[in-house]
Design a protein around this ligand. Structure first.
Ligand code: UD1
Length: 372
């Protein structure tokens, strides 16, 4: 049956793809977005589907949220400020939008006469901090975040907290104790805790999807705090070398926005993951250096990436997903291979003219002592 669905942040990268998929499945979609200038310099993006109702508003505005919730059955909460580095010096903005914005949304759930049926939250792998590791001597260990001294002396790998030996990164599952390494992560953990707690208290089915590194078409290319694939693409398109922090061997898990959309639909339709947080990634680790190389190859760009051997405050060394829970509970299987997802991305890039603002972002980080 057709549902009335609200997507906060629905003009953004993931939200807009989700809107398309929900409309195609016959649902009614309302998009709520503040069209933040950092992402949407030209106002309403041209890709926004006309069949969706668009409401311009900010998640911190209770009146606007109250009106946006009118008649809604299901909410996808995706509105958020999303830069790890930027969050370290725009603390008020990040906590305001992400933590306070979610508080406003939940408060307004209580003001409604009828209940919302379901809430799906965009959570993040950032709340794990360092991923899981295995020590040959000590077994599974959870190293602390790397210290500034360690980063300044360019010892990139975390060592075993018990015997100090080298570690092997392994897939991170949902039982890994959380350890926030940035204000962004902290605000995402707040969102997750608040939504799940609210769900338990008021018997609202809530699913938190912990996204790993999402890439794909519509990622904000001119936003220097967006995901690394878009930043690298924007550098290459402007004839600049991608700048790789550390030595490029840090591992991440890249997941196509198309798979993320599928995960959201499954989370809405299934009740198996209600009340919990679930990883959504590809389950395949890839180094940032490989990402740069594969992207350059797909774009036919000759420029090799620059290994800066500099750190960025808030970054973890390795983190990639164990997706057993999503497979089991949601029936989720990633379907887009990285090489194919990149082809998609590159085809879209041909129609774009991004401004490369990466150097500007690095200058900001430097100003606050957040990179060296
Ligand atoms: C972070 C969050 C993730 C969030 C995403 C949104 C963590 C652990 N994860 O991912 O939850 O959804 O941001 O922004 O906090 N890099 C470069 N050169 C660049 C930019 C980045 O080498 O120009 C490197 C970073 O140092 C990092 C890797 O690429 O090692 C990935 O960076 P990024 O795309 O920002 O994502 P995460 O920090 O992994």
């Amino acid at each position: 049956m057709a549902k009335n669905i609200l997507i906060t942040g629905g003009a953004g990268f993931v939200g807009s793809h989700l809107a398309d998929a929900l409309l195609a499945a016959g649902h009614n979609v309302r998009i709520f977005d503040n069209l933040t200038d950092q992402v949407h310099h030209h106002g309403i993006p041209e890709y926004l589907p006309e069949e969706a109702e668009f409401v311009h508003g900010d998640v911190r505005d209770s009146g606007a949220i109250r009106r946006a919730l009118n008649g809604i059955d299901v909410v996808f909460h995706m509105a958020a400020a999303v830069g790890v580095g930027q969050s370290m010096y725009e603390i008020e903005h990040y906590m305001g939008t992400n933590t306070q914005g979610t508080a406003v949304l939940l408060q307004q759930f209580l003001q409604r006469k009828s209940r919302v049926e379901k809430l799906v939250l965009a959570s993040s792998m950032s709340i794990y901090g360092e991923g899981k590791y295995l020590c040959a001597q000590c077994g599974g260990v959870a190293p602390q975040l790397r210290s500034v001294i360690q980063l300044r002396t360019k010892q990139w790998e975390p060592n075993c907290p018990v015997c100090s030996e080298a570690l092997t990164p392994v897939p991170t599952d949902e039982s890994k104790p959380l350890q926030c390494s940035s204000i962004y992560a902290l605000s995402k953990r707040d969102q997750e805790d608040m939504c799940l707690l609210f769900g338990r208290t008021y018997a609202l089915p809530v699913v938190a999807l912990r996204y790993f590194n999402i890439y794909g078409t519509r990622q904000a290319l001119s936003n220097p705090y967006t995901g690394v694939a878009a930043i690298f693409a924007s550098r290459l398109m402007n004839g600049h070398q991608p700048m790789i922090f550390e030595d490029g061997r840090q591992l991440r898990d890249f997941i196509s926005v198309r798979d993320v959309v599928r995960a959201n639909l499954l989370a809405m339709e299934s009740s198996q993951a209600d009340g919990i947080a679930v990883n959504i990634g590809s389950g395949e680790p890839i180094s940032i250096h490989e990402v740069a190389a594969e992207l350059a190859h797909a774009m036919d760009a000759e420029l090799p990436a620059e290994l800066t051997q500099k750190y960025r405050a808030g970054d973890v060394r390795h983190c990639f997903a164990d997706i057993t829970a999503a497979r089991k509970l949601l029936g989720y299987t990633p379907t887009v291979r990285f090489a194919d997802g990149l082809k998609d991305l590159v085809q879209w890039l041909c129609s774009q003219q991004p401004q490369d603002r990466a150097a500007e972002a690095v200058a900001h980080l430097s100003e606050f002592g957040l990179t060296a």
